[in-house]
Ligand binder design. Structure first.
Ligand code: NAI
Length: 237
């Protein structure tokens, strides 16, 4: 899928900020979107402020885009009504707009909170049953199910990424196992955009850390091999 227009929701967020520069220079026109300030547009970028809860605005936002990185929304546990409005209704608006505008591919930023009630002793694969641990986790399970529906029914491909902890550095001992570098996220985005056939796979978004209980062997065919490791932060914990 070389070229075209790539929409990034949640562009002002922690992940959006970490990947923004790395998305440039690959021939894509980048449409950055959020509800908060995103700074000046850089080379190849356009900035569009949009509230995901506003279906009409989301429709306009998606118009003319070929692929979407959907990072926007509430990113931690919060009041159920807020989670419903932004993460559930907002993600629905986005997929409906994608269907109407014939967007081909989406990366859905799901979360390890979809499977958060499994014990750490259980090795989890893409096929493990969901066990959401919060309203937030349930909203991500909804997004995963919606992605699946829009693939099976409408042929929109989605890379579902159950992100571990994508921050500049791990913040505690647990994140030594769940950390994902921005570089590994960018390489995964490259796979999502370039792989000839994507479908709707679930990938655990985690770097090649020393310890981890998530297993990506079912999606090895995608060819994504994380390059970074939390070992560089071992002195912190
Ligand atoms: P973040 O909270 O820093 O960024 C989310 C962005 O969404 C914010 O800039 C916020 O302004 C925007 N947003 C919130 N409500 C909105 C609305 N109504 N309309 C439009 N935009 C809205 O989160 P972060 O860390 O960058 O995560 C990005 C995505 O990845 C989120 O969906 C999060 O749930 C998911 N994720 C992130 C993880 C991480 O380690 N950073 C771990 C697991 C999942």
């Amino acid at each position: 899928m070389a070229g075209g227009r790539l929409l990034v929701t949640g562009a002002a967020g922690i992940i959006g900020g970490q990947i923004r520069e790395g998305l440039r220079g690959h021939g894509w026109k980048i449409r950055l979107s959020d509800i908060v300030e995103m700074g000046e547009a850089g080379p190849g970028e356009e900035i569009v402020t949009c509230d995901l809860t506003d279906a009409e605005a989301v429709r306009a936002l998606v118009t003319g885009c070929d692929a979407i990185l959907h990072f926007g929304g509430i990113s931690t546990e919060n009041r159920a009504d807020l989670i419903h409005r932004v993460n559930i209704a907002g993600t629905y608006h986005l997929y409906e707009a994608a269907r109407k505008d014939r967007v081909r591919r989406v990366l859905f930023a799901s979360s390890n909170h979809v499977i958060g009630f499994h014990s750490r002793e259980t090795r989890l694969t893409a096929s493990s049953p969901i066990r959401p641990d919060s309203n937030y986790g349930v909203s991500k399970a909804y997004g995963e199910a919606l992605a699946r529906l829009y693939w099976d029914k409408y042929g929109i491909e989605t890379l579902i990424v159950r992100i571990g902890s994508c921050f500049p550095a791990p913040k505690d001992r647990r994140m030594m196992a769940t950390w994902m570098s921005a570089g590994d996220m960018l390489r995964l985005i490259g796979v999502m955009l370039d792989v000839p056939r994507l479908g709707c796979p679930v990938v655990y978004g985690v770097s090649a850390n020393g310890e981890c209980w998530w297993d990506n062997s079912e999606t090895a065919y995608l060819g994504w091999v994380p390059q970074d490791s939390s070992a560089q932060f071992a002195h912190l914990f």
